[in-house]
Design a protein around this ligand. Structure first.
Ligand SMILES: Nc1ncnc2c1ncn2[C@@H]1O[C@H](COP(=O)(O)OP(=O)(O)OP(=O)(O)O)[C@@H](O)[C@H]1O
Ligand SMILES: [Mg+2]
Length: 327
């Protein structure tokens, strides 16, 4: 199996009525990681997943999933799916929903029962599996939805807005389930608006807008150009040193007895002589840290909504330090 489990080329979909949901989407999903597809409402995320699940028929779509052409139905036996706004029969018990889906994968009834108990426990529903779906809260339904998506031991699981209605504790538990899937070498494909959450767990993302992919890559790759270092110091420095810092591109501001200096560099190496010079003048290095654009800023920049991250140099300090080195 290659390193790419989904390779979509030129997916196009025009719905009856004329809406062009996908305008030539090409996308590669690496094997064995958590992939996030982001985009504003109506961007075409669910349409793309439904094409991969053979629920929606594309006008055009080339490429492969798990090595087979997209649309090859037998391949779906290796795929799990939690649809957007999933609804399961209210009269079924949570455990019955999972057992039913597990049974579809061809395992024996006894095996399906064992699998169901394992999955109920995995999603924190072990005490609720005998209650009917109709009695569950929204978040509990989503937990069962996640469990049934894993019932056939899938190679790839598609989760369309999986944390919809789930409380913070449930989301944390869900993240652990997804990380466990990754550890097992499976691929998780999530559609979500919750950028902070995706940032915490996604290995790679694609940003979609108006039926097109506008960016794709690892979060580190996509935020690389916004990489900068912030240096915080205490103590006065000579005019000559201030001049040297400015020539090297440092933006300096003084606040509450400390100097905050930001420089756009992709590497901390060139900053080392500056640290030496500062120490040479008896200046205290309070902190040196790497900063990058947050996923939210990247998203807003990519879909042109408000230009939060629009200007890079000289913009306000980013909200999310991705790595900190305190000296
Ligand atoms: N069955 C349908 N018939 C007609 N138009 C549709 C249908 N399903 C989706 N659309 C339209 O296609 C576009 C893409 O919809 P889609 O549901 O794929 O977006 P999405 O990115 O998943 O949005 P959301 O974040 O709101 O879930 C929208 O303009 C939507 O109105
Ligand atoms: Mg959707």
């Amino acid at each position: 199996m290659s390193d790419v489990v989904i390779d979509i080329a030129d997916a196009r979909k025009r719905y009856r009525g004329g809406v062009e949901a996908l305008r030539g989407v090409s996308l590669q999903v690496p094997k064995g990681g958590i992939f996030g597809l982001l985009g504003p409402n109506g961007a075409g995320k669910s349409t793309l997943v439904k094409i991969l699940m053979s629920i929606v028929h594309p006008n055009h779509c080339a490429g492969t999933m798990l090595g087979a052409p997209i649309g090859h139905k037998p391949t779906l036996a290796q795929v799990g799916y939690l649809p957007e706004h999933a609804r399961f029969p209210e009269y079924l018990r949570g455990g019955e929903v999972i057992r039913y889906v597990a049974g579809l994968s061809g395992i024996s009834r006894a095996e399906a029962c064992v699998k169901t108990e394992q999955l109920l426990e995995m999603v924190g529903m072990q005490d609720w599996g005998k209650q009917k779906m109709g009695t569950y809260s929204k978040g509990m339904k989503q937990r069962i939805g996640l469990a049934q998506a894993l019932a056939n031991d899938p190679e790839i699981v598609f989760l369309d807005e999986p944390t919809d209605g789930v409380d913070p504790k449930g989301r944390l538990e869900m993240r652990h389930v997804l990380m466990r899937m990754r550890e097992e070498g499976r691929t998780v494909f999530i559609n979500s608006h919750l950028l902070g959450e995706l940032e915490m767990i996604c290995d790679s993302v694609a940003i979609m807008d108006k039926g097109e992919i506008v960016q794709q890559g690892t979060i580190a790759q996509l935020t690389e150009k916004s990489r900068r270092y912030e240096l915080i110091t205490r103590g006065s420095m000579s005019e000559g040193l201030v001049q040297r810092l400015k020539e090297k591109g440092f933006q300096i501001r003084h606040e509450m007895g400390q100097d905050f200096m930001i420089v756009y560099e992709s590497d901390p190496e060139p900053i080392q002589p500056i640290l030496d010079a500062l120490r040479g003048e008896g200046v205290t290095i309070v902190e040196l840290r790497e900063l990058r654009q947050s996923l939210e800023e990247l998203f807003m920049e990519s879909v042109g909504a408000g230009g939060v991250g629009g200007s890079r140099k000289g913009s306000t300090p980013p909200s999310l330090p991705r790595k900190e080195a305190i000296k």
